[in-house]
Write a protein that binds this ligand. Structure first.
Ligand code: SF4
Length: 362
């Protein structure tokens, strides 16, 4: 029986053959990093770590949007939630992330008007239904989500929804890879580049980083065959000492990405330095609203003088995001920190490395 196009990417026979090839080709230790939360989950869900040879270590990098959001930004969301004139709207993953003093879930339990939404357009609808309240959307995410956020801001402007604003903690992926390569102690032999992000950015966005650091890099999809193919390509490139930037996800990613989405993003946002959890400030890695959209910028609309922020004591999220530690090397893992009682964002988010490790490593 012949396989359908989709079945091919989940096929056990093809997967086993790829594992065999990887085992045959891999002769020396390699540290390969995925930089996408969906890859992190797929790798754990399909048990890919367990079938690879001991020579290969898979690391989860800064690819989970909630996990990389700086403590300062979480504190800003909490401050906004505490305002009686604000309805704060957010994706569910952010609710339980502990800020320096509280989480959004804790503020909601105390009576704050914090509402979970599935799309920023739900937040815009809430703003229209509540013209006497200010509605703020917690904007986190990478290139995948930023165009939709830009679309909502454009819509708010066109429709005159002036009680709507966003607090942007949106980020760009390529600068984070460059920052990792510049960090002392970080050792990476290959990047599994993010599939969803690349649909927007295209392969070309990663070319400058690749040219500078010459680290084998492969864009791939989210099925087991996709991921194993990427691992094989990274092994082959390392073994032959011939680094390349490869698009192994051609069914979804064009080298030039999605220019229309990038135009919308560029109309509304401009690059700015941004603070990343664990990594620090990375130049030109954030997306902030352009001047013509300042009235939709919650960071400008409200007085948010945030006191000193404090990351959770003992939480190694930052070091995990840089590939310097594994979740089970954090002293709080499975003890003080569990999905029911998360200490840091890597245990909160469904795409976080600690949550994935907890769920699938037992
Ligand atoms: S196990 Fe918990 S405390 Fe440790 S790094 Fe992960 S999120 Fe932070």
């Amino acid at each position: 029986m012949s396989l359908t196009y989709n079945q091919e990417f989940k096929d056990p026979k093809i997967s086993k053959a790829l594992v065999a090839r990887i085992r045959e080709k891999s002769t020396r230790p390699l540290r390969l990093m995925e930089v996408c939360g969906t890859h992190t989950m797929a790798i754990f869900r399909y048990g890919i770590r367990s079938v690879l040879p001991d020579t290969i270590t898979l690391l989860s990098g800064p690819g989970c949007p909630v996990c990389v959001t700086a403590q300062k930004d979480i504190d800003a969301y909490v401050m906004l939630a505490r305002r009686s004139d604000v309805i704060l709207t957010t994706f569910g993953d952010l609710m339980k992330v502990p800020g320096s003093g509280a989480s959004l879930a804790a503020e909601k339990a105390k009576g704050a008007d914090v509402r979970m939404v599935y799309s920023i357009f739900d937040a815009l609808a809430i703003a229209k239904e509540n013209p006497n309240r200010e509605v703020v959307f917690c904007a986190v995410g990478f290139e995948t989500t930023t165009p939709t956020i830009a679309g909502a801001v454009l819509t708010a402007k066109a429709q005159g929804v002036d009680n709507f604003s966003i607090y942007s903690a949106n980020k760009l992926t390529p600068p984070a890879l460059a920052a990792l390569m510049e960090t002392d102690g970080v050792e990476i032999d290959g990047f599994i580049l993010p599939g969803h992000v690349s649909v927007i950015t295209g392969l070309d966005a990663f070319a400058p980083t690749f040219e500078k650091y010459r680290i084998p890099s492969v864009v791939t999809g989210f099925e087991p065959v996709d991921i194993l193919k990427a691992v094989l390509k990274l092994v082959e490139q390392n073994e032959s000492n011939a680094p390349r930037l490869v698009n192994a996800y051609t069914r979804a990613v064009a080298d030039a990405g999605n220019p229309k989405a990038r135009v919308i993003m560029g109309q509304v946002f401009e690059k700015a330095d941004a603070l990343w959890r664990g990594i620090g400030t990375i130049p030109n890695s954030g997306m902030v609203l352009r001047e013509s959209f300042y009235k939709f910028d919650a960071a400008r609309k409200f007085d948010l003088s945030i006191p000193d922020t404090r990351e959770p004591t003992g939480c190694d999220c930052g070091r995990i995001l840089m590939g310097l530690k594994r979740p089970d090397q954090c002293r709080l893992y499975k003890k003080a920190c569990t999905p029911m009682h998360p200490v840091g964002p890597c245990m909160v988010s469904s795409e976080g490395a600690c949550a994935a490790f907890y769920k699938y490593s037992r």
